[in-house]
Ligand binder design. Structure first.
Ligand code: FES
Length: 217
């Protein structure tokens, strides 16, 4: 396996040639906010716009889930430009996300809580008007519930469903503020789901949550 040497936040590391900065950082204990990237995908959809980092010699921050490591590269995950972009993206996202952590099944395991702490921002958007959707919760699946109001549209559930099933049941519908993860024809998820539970495990928020709090054995 070919490797390259680089630094992230001053820490010298080696990473597999072709590896994305995001995975190289996480594998070396350096956290970068991320919601949409999935490790087994060759190319990230770069949808959440939270994983910005700065690279010495480059004028603008780049997304760590799409940028490959390179020999001698110096990555800074704490640069102000990168953090500003991530904070703005996070606030936009939280402007349509209900904050009711105490009553959420993902409380303390939620990626949004981790990101807010990392970026040193509140979970409640301060610069954008709160615009919540009031969509019905789908409780039809015996294994898990789906609350679209808590979905951040990262797309992980849609992509893993597509990977695991010949005919995926999850997909996106509508555009803009109306965009939502749903089933074909908006049928209840319980009707055609095989209950593998992988979408629930990949959900970074409490949108998909096992009914008993964890995946049954
Ligand atoms: S993890 Fe990079 S854009 Fe979402």
């Amino acid at each position: 396996m070919k490797t390259v040497s680089l630094t992230i936040d001053g820490k010298k590391i080696t990473a597999r040639t072709g590896e994305k900065i995001l995975w190289a950082a996480l594998d070396n204990g350096i956290y970068i906010p991320n919601l949409c990237a999935m490790r087994d995908e060759a190319e990230s959809e770069a949808a959440c716009r939270l994983c910005f980092v700065e690279i010495e010699g480059k004028e603008e921050p780049v997304t760590a889930c799409t940028e490959e490591v390179a020999e001698g590269m110096a990555v800074n995950t704490r640069g102000e430009k990168a953090l500003d972009l991530a904070r703005t993206g996070f606030e936009l996202l939280m402007a349509s996300h209900p904050v009711d952590c105490a009553n959420c099944p993902a409380n303390r395991a939620c990626e949004l809580q981790r990101i807010a702490k990392h970026l040193k921002v509140s979970l409640k958007a301060k610069h954008f008007r709160l615009l919540l959707r009031n969509l019905p919760v789908d409780d039809s699946n015996p294994l898990f519930t789906y609350d679209p109001n808590k979905c951040v549209l990262c797309g992980r559930c849609v992509r893993v469903c597509r990977q695991r099933r010949e005919t995926a049941i999850l997909g996106f519908a509508h555009r803009g503020f109306e965009r939502v993860v749903t089933t074909f024809g908006d049928e209840p998820i319980g009707d055609r789901c095989l209950e593998c539970g992988e979408c629930v495990e990949l959900c970074p928020t409490g949108a998909l949550a096992f009914k008993d709090g964890k995946r049954p054995k």
